[in-house]
Design a binder for this molecule. Structure first.
Ligand code: GCO
Ligand code: MG
Length: 408
């Protein structure tokens, strides 16, 4: 029997974004696994949960019992779920899938039933401080072979998600509201249709365009914008409402034919169920480590398949290459795959994580090596310590012109 002998967390930021990767060591010499546990706004809380709670609970367990380890570890705190505990659990869970793959000599997608496509088509981000800047960048992506591009453009003088004006790092949380952290939902909702009008004009109708609202507007404006964007034939309309307002998807569905993608703020599989059961969305886009890892995510993929909902797993920069590999494994095996969000790696990330999946022809390709097929160079990882971050990673408040909080 192969057992868990050690569980530890590796903190690294090769792209200046704080990543947490969990390493599980086993009684078999040289056999280790890696899992993504990245909650970039609260990484040290996750590290504590791994080191102080999961490690003592799980050392000695049989590595083969992934499902039972998942269930028992989750219930070991009695109160469960939430992004901190889920990320900690995901780190261990993904590492165990990596280990199982290495034991079997198979990539994880083979353990899950085998590929039903050769690669996963991705969407990338175009963002700018003006509409023209955004569309120029989209043009570049298209020239580089991408077929799906998400467009975000800043409202002049305001902090707007997905653009350079979205100042996660330098707005002050209790200082005066500066132009940088002001956001007017109505201004943004007026601008976004113009962005897509220009984009269709300049880019044509072949390219697939996407947009992320980042849960920043009240429900009635999210519904209005859905209708206003309809003529531009978006591939999907992303995270229009926060998890607290999901009942409004019913009205959005009735009033607009725009394809709806939702889920990056969800922190459990069960939270997704009302939207799935009523077929209120077209794409599920949870962040795998935020719902607890591969074990719940593969169930979610299958549940969605039964309801005709496609997958679009969250793939931002604050997801380690191990997390991206887990996304890709599901993309490979899911008949209901829709699209994969992807943030191209910088050179430092490629160096720290040898084996990163390959980006080519607008798709990511698995490397077909056992497990995730990705290693970590721990010595090099240490050369990219967490950057200093205002409030140690907490996000600054985004405020309406009157000073009221905007609730993403
Ligand atoms: C996306 C997301 C991200 C999140 C980030 C939060 O669609 O990729 O909205 O950009 O904001 O993951 O840490
Ligand atoms: Mg998003």
């Amino acid at each position: 029997m192969t057992t868990i002998t050690n569980i530890s967390s590796i903190c690294t930021a090769p792209a200046d974004i704080r990543l947490v990767v969990v390493k599980v060591e086993t009684s078999e010499p040289g056999l280790t696994g890696l899992g993504c546990a990245t909650f970039t706004q609260r990484p040290l809380a996750v590290v504590e949960a791994v080191d102080k709670y999961l490690a003592p609970f799980l050392i000695g367990r049989n590595v083969s019992e992934i499902e039972d380890i998942y269930q028992s570890a989750q219930l070991s705190s009695y109160w469960r779920e939430g992004p901190v505990l889920n990320n900690a659990l995901s780190g261990v869970d993904m590492a165990l899938w990596d280990i199982k793959g290495k034991q079997a000599g198979m990539p994880v997608h083979d353990l899950l039933g085998g590929k039903c496509r050769k690669a996963a088509r991705v969407y990338v981000h175009a963002s700018g401080n003006s509409i023209d800047e955004t569309v120029d960048q989209a043009q570049q992506h298209i020239e580089n072979g991408f077929t799906h591009v998400r467009l975000q453009s800043a409202v002049p003088g305001q902090s707007t998600y997905g653009t350079n004006t979205d100042l996660h790092t330098h707005a002050t949380i209790d200082g005066p509201t500066t132009p940088q952290n002001v956001f007017g939902p109505a201004d943004y909702v007026r601008l976004a249709p113009k962005l897509f009008e220009v984009a269709r004009d300049r880019l044509g109708w072949e390219v697939e365009l996407l947009h992320d609202v980042h849960e920043r507007v009240p429900p009635y404006l999210a519904i209005q914008l859905a209708r206003d964007l309809e003529p531009y034939r978006l591939f999907f309309y992303e995270d229009a409402l926060p998890p607290e307002e999901i009942e409004y998807f019913r009205q959005m569905r009735q009033q607009s034919s725009i394809p709806i993608a939702m889920g990056e703020l969800f922190v459990s599989l069960k939270q997704c169920m009302p939207l799935i059961e009523e077929r209120l969305i077209d794409y599920i886009r949870v962040h795998l480590s935020m719902i607890g890892g591969m074990t719940p995510a593969r169930k979610l993929a299958t549940i969605c398949e039964a309801f005709g909902i496609r997958t679009a797993w969250h793939g931002p920069g604050d997801c380690s290459p191990i997390g991206h590999a887990a996304n890709l494994a599901l993309d490979m095996v899911s008949p209901n795959f829709g699209i994969q969000e992807f943030t191209p790696y910088n050179q430092a990330t490629l160096d720290v994580f040898p084996g990163c999946n390959n980006l080519r022809d607008g798709c990511i390709w698995p490397n077909d090596r056992p497990g995730w097929g990705i290693e970590i160079n721990e010595a090099l990882a240490k050369e990219f310590p967490f950057p200093d971050h205002p409030y140690n990673g907490a996000w600054p408040a985004i405020r309406d012109r009157d000073g009221g909080i905007i609730r993403p």
